[in-house]
Each structure stands twice: as structure tokens, then as C-alpha cells.
Write a protein that binds this ligand. Sequence first.
Ligand code: ATP
Length: 334
Amino acid sequence: MLLEFKDLRVTYRGSRGRLPAVRGVDLAVDAGETLGIAGESGCGKSTLAMAVLRLLPKSAEVSGEILLDGEDLLQMGWGRLRAVRWTGASIVFQGAMHSLNAVQRIGRQIAEPILVHEAKTTPAAAARRAEALLERVGLPASRARSYPHELSGGQRQRVMIAMALACDPDLVIADEATTALDVMVQAQVLQLIAELVTERGVGLMMISHDLSVLSAVCDRAAVMYAGRIVEQGPAGEVFANARHPYSAALSAAFPVIGDPAARMSPGGLAGDPPDPVRLPEGCSFRPRCAVAVERCGAESPELLAVPVRGSAGVADAARVSACFVAQEGMPVVL
Ligand SMILES: Nc1ncnc2c1ncn2[C@@H]1O[C@H](COP(=O)(O)OP(=O)(O)OP(=O)(O)O)[C@@H](O)[C@H]1O
């Protein structure tokens, strides 16, 4: 397994006390596989992503394991961690295009991690690689001489993808990497990410609040709610035939990728996520759930294999859901 989270927990210490942002996540990404993580703002997606490269602030208490090729990133010394960043795992985050250095040419910025991590590579060879990477992400090699302000938002986000791939990492994390782009450009960049993953055999962990974005690119999808994974399964199936009422509501809120009209009706997702400092008793989703039963207010459901449509009530090992209603084989939408 390329990446494994084992009972990952992250709690922020702050003025309001202890805020549990990630509450026991177990997940795995294989080499060459794409795993999507979906969920509304505040459910802990970015905390999960930042934990992988140990980019969390000092106020974060982290426990559990994050294994990259079997090595626990949480136990690693800083020297080893510096080597793993870019070469083992790299990240493209939301608005990353704004983090380019305004006064340095694009080519130089892409070449930088190569020069830092590959002692034997000469500046000329790194510059050639930067140009090749630009071409691979659909930009002319001549763009290497441009400054960031000379590029559009979509072009700059492509540069960030080129940079994330510069040192041939085994794992790429994309955190809302296309969210700031307009819908047409978003579709192109998603297509590019999907091609690069297939071509280079990297593992991809892709984070988005929009399930339809994930189902366009990912093999598997995990849905997060209030710091926990509440459903996991093949991305297309989680999107089309959710087995948790929260995933069903999320799918209804973002029906078709690239259809702006459809996005205007966030049907099915009423109310707000709970305050992590004061989580409700039982299932965290219960206050917003249309199919909740009495048990949901008393006990917190575990993530278990659930039956899907046509399985005659037999649980499908590939589909897991933390919902008592789904675990009984009942419909999760009214
Ligand atoms: N540095 C921090 N200090 C304290 N609390 C934080 C910090 N960063 C995030 N949080 C809180 O942790 C919870 C999870 O936040 P996180 O950013 O991981 O969620 P998210 O799903 O990625 O949301 P978004 O898409 O808005 O970034 C939220 O309640 C957030 O307010």
C-alpha cells in the first residue's frame, strides 16, 4: 500500500478549547490509484491532507499513523521528512496559483525543487525538465521565461501541477486544486490530472467539496462528515447510489459536473454541519438527517460493509457506510 492512515486523529488547541478536526480516520491509497475525499467546508479534509506532509500548525495534536510506503510520516525526523516532501509526496492546494513567487520566472520555480532534491542534476538539465513539464501540462515551453502575472489563473494552476510532478513523487495530494477555476477550465485541468495519474502511475488523493468532481477523476471516493469517514466505495457508485444520507444529499447538491444551472439548486442539503466543539449525541449527521431512527440519537454508527441495491440484503465488502439505516439495507433517501 502506498499511503495508509491508521486511526488518525487531529485536535486543535485554541481559545475555544479542544477542537477535534479529524476523529479516527482509516484510509488507504494504492500506487496508481485515485482516492477522492468529499465533504463540506470544515469537515476536516484539509487537516487530513496537511497532516500527510506534516504541514499542520503547532496547535494541532496528532495521533495515529500515516504510512507512506510503510514508513510512518508522523515519526520521521525533519531531515528525512524534507527528502520525502516533493520526491515521495507533493501537494497542490486550493489557490496554490497565488503562492507562486511573483518576481521569479516560471521555469526557475519549477526547476527549484529538482535542484534541491537531486544533487546530481545541473541547472541546465533542471531547466530542460521544467520546459518538458510545462509542455506536459499543456503550456508552451516558452512560458518558462514568463512571470506569474503574465499567466491566467488556469495556466498558473497548471504550473502548480507541473511543480508537484517535478521530482516524480509516488503520491500527489490535490486539495480543491480546481475549485478556483471556471467550470470549463476546471474540466480541462481535471482531465489533465487524470491523464498524468495513469501515465506516471502515481497515487492521487484528491480532495473536493464536490462529489461530481471526484467521480470524474477518482476510482474510489470517501465521504467525510464532522471529522470522520461516513461512506466509502467506488466513486461512481457513491455518487450515483449513495449508501449514507449525507453522501446522497451531497450528490444532490452537485448533480452534474460542468452544468452551472444544476449547481444553483443545492437540494437535499439543508442546515449546517455541527460545531466540532459541541458534537451532537449519537450520529453527528442526525440533526440534518431525514431518515434517522431512534438509535441514531443514542449511538455513533461504525463504518461497516452495507448491502447495495440488487444485492438481496447481502453486504458488499467494497461499500462501507457509517449509517444504521444503510446497514439494515433500508433506503437512505426519502
Ligand atoms: N489552525 C487551526 N486552528 C484551529 N482550528 C482549525 C485550524 N484549521 C482548521 N481548523 C478547524 O478544524 C476543522 C476542520 O477544518 P479543515 O480546514 O480541515 O476542513 P475542510 O473540510 O478542509 O474545510 P475547507 O474546505 O473549508 O478548508 C474546522 O472546524 C476548522 O475550523
